[in-house]
Ligand binder design. Structure first.
Ligand code: NAD
Ligand code: 2VS
Length: 485
């Protein structure tokens, strides 16, 4: 595994004289050093990306571009194990999870958008003209240019390629700023780009932090033509201000405080299985994950008991153990944040159904970023752990009596990313889904993804949608051409 993690600029790995540590969250050991990009490196990456738009990449036919993206998919799959190792080293997540979700999606994000651009159609109108002849109007899409891609640490390869896939399929070039916590897979992807012959400068990676580092230098760079960001809402707001300079388009996928709603008529076992996943998968570090569960009163006690049993049954451990289904949090900083919410919940009077602290780990893992899966009950809706995004393996479960009441509670939050509704009554499912103030509503499922569908958040969870044709809207400039015949 790489000890030195370098920037990838114009098809080459570039070092700098400033380094920061890359740590493994299972024991907090330093496992690498990352070269931080300064202003000069970010300038070079943006210049390379601008130049690549005018080079061979910009002149390629759609079919040539699609062929390259398909080769990229094949090569990611060829190097699946390296991607898996890199992702698990950065995040500590179980291999069983990353090998089913993160790495396959890293490949399929390119495939889905290569397929989409091959098949998408445009608009055509025949228009009568004042002199009695006709004109034709049709839409033509060109790339927006250089896209700045700012990524979080929770699903590093998945969330990065979710943006880079459509950006490249549409003919753009990118400068990616991975999270400082998870630099490895974005860096490795550079090798794959070179191997399959993606022209230099099309895909660039700059490492560093936000303020006064690569993140700020990239988002404020005047030659970046569009910005796409996934991360915390407060960070998104700063980047949105940066995007205002030069009136640049921006797509924001931000925080959440997602509610699950479980009606008494739900398939109980399916609701438990889905809610356990939505609360605890990836150690609760999924933007779409559930941190508030509302359960119809007749099944409340049974539901809480089954959730407790499920949480206590999770096997906390290292990525390579096939039995592990819960890893550590991403960093000590994040562990401290999650533990502080565990204290706040108790101070506010929560009943701790299970968890609430650090699990007992063997000596060689004691310094890792572990937390227990945690369930609370008994808090008022105003409690901080019900209102604020924690981004950890925890949830509060509350009973409800009526549909109106649960809708009111579930919608009473500044965020509006996703929900999961569990019921066998299709009319009710439809009614509740339509009234939830969210971008994504799952019924009797969670994280069931189709990459052609709209993805994004309502309220403070985001602006804009990506996925399918919605990505096309963001990553291309739509032009109407009117020809008088
Ligand atoms: N809506 C979604 O699709 C989605 C998906 C995953 C994660 N998230 C959210 O992401 C958050 C967790 O990720 P995180 O902690 O990495 O988020 P974060 O906002 O701290 O960081 C995200 C990225 O922004 C960069 N950054 C920070 N400050 C910056 C600045 N001033 N200028 C430019 N770049 C800057 C960081 O270095 C990092 O690369 C949670 O809030 C979660 O809900 C949302
Ligand atoms: O943590 C957030 C998860 C986001 C998932 C996606 O963006 C996706 O599945 O496309």
């Amino acid at each position: 595994m790489q000890k030195e993690i370098l920037n990838f600029i114009n098809g080459e790995y570039v070092s700098t004289d400033r380094w920061f540590e890359n740590r493994n969250p299972i024991n907090n050991a330093v496992i690498g050093q990352v070269a931080e990009a300064g202003k000069a490196e970010v300038d070079a990456a943006v210049a390379a990306a601008q130049a690549a738009l005018k080079g061979p990449w910009g002149k390629m036919t759609l079919n040539q571009r699609v062929d390259l993206l398909e080769a990229l998919v094949a090569e990611i799959n060829n190097r699946f194990d390296e991607f898996l190792e890199a992702e698990c080293a950065d995040t500590g997540k179980p291999r069983s999870l990353a090998s089913h979700i993160d790495i396959p999606r890293g490949a399929s994000n390119f495939k889905a958008f290569a397929d989409m651009v091959k098949n998408v159609s445009g608009e055509f109108f025949e228009t009568a003209t004042p002199d009695g002849s006709t004109a034709i109007n049709y839409t033509y899409r060109s790339p927006v240019g250089v896209v700045g891609v700012i990524c979080p640490w929770n699903l590093p390869l998945l969330l990065m390629t979710w943006k880079v896939g459509p950006a490249l399929a549409c003919g753009n070039t990118v400068v990616v700023k991975p999270s400082e916590e998870t630099p490895r897979t974005a860096t490795l992807l550079g090798e794959v780009m070179n191997k399959v012959g993606i022209p230099k400068g099309v895909y660039n990676v700059v490492h560093g932090f936000g303020p006064n580092s690569a993140g700020e230098f990239l988002t404020t760079h005047p030659d970046v033509n569009a910005l796409t960001f996934t991360g915390e809402t407060r960070t998104g707001e700063i980047i949105m201000k940066a995007a205002a300079n030069g009136s640049r388009p921006i797509s924001l996928e931000m925080g959440g405080k997602n509610a699950a709603i479980v009606f008494a008529d739900a398939d109980f076992d399916a609701a438990i299985e889905g809610t356990l996943r939505s609360c605890f998968a990836n150690c609760g570090q999924v933007c779409l994950g559930t941190e508030r569960v509302y359960v119809e009163r007749p099944i409340f006690d049974k539901f809480v008991a089954a959730m407790k049993a499920g949480a206590e049954n999770l096997k906390i451990g290292v990525p390579e153990d096939p039995a592990t289904n819960m890893g550590p949090l991403v960093s000590k900083e994040h562990q401290n944040k999650v533990l502080s919410y565990m204290r706040i919940a108790v101070e506010d009077g929560a009943t701790v159904v299970t968890g609430g602290g650090i699990p007992d780990m063997p000596d060689h893992l004691k310094d890792g970023c572990w937390v227990q899966p945690t369930i609370w009950t008994g808090l008022p809706e105003t409690a901080r752990v019900i209102k604020e995004e924690i981004f950890g393996p925890c949830c509060h479960i509350a009973p409800f009596d009526t549909e109106e009441e649960v809708l009111e509670k579930a919608n009473d939050n500044v965020y509006g990313l996703a929900t999961a509704i569990w019921t066998t009554n299709v009319s009710r499912a439809n009614r509740v889904a339509q009234q939830m103030e969210v971008g994504i509503a799952w019924v009797n499922s969670w994280f069931l993804r189709d990459l052609r569908t709209a993805f994004g958040g309502a309220k403070q969870s985001g602006i804009g949608r990506e996925g399918g044709v919605h990505s096309l809207e963001f990553y291309t400039e739509l032009k109407n051409i009117c020809i008088k015949l």
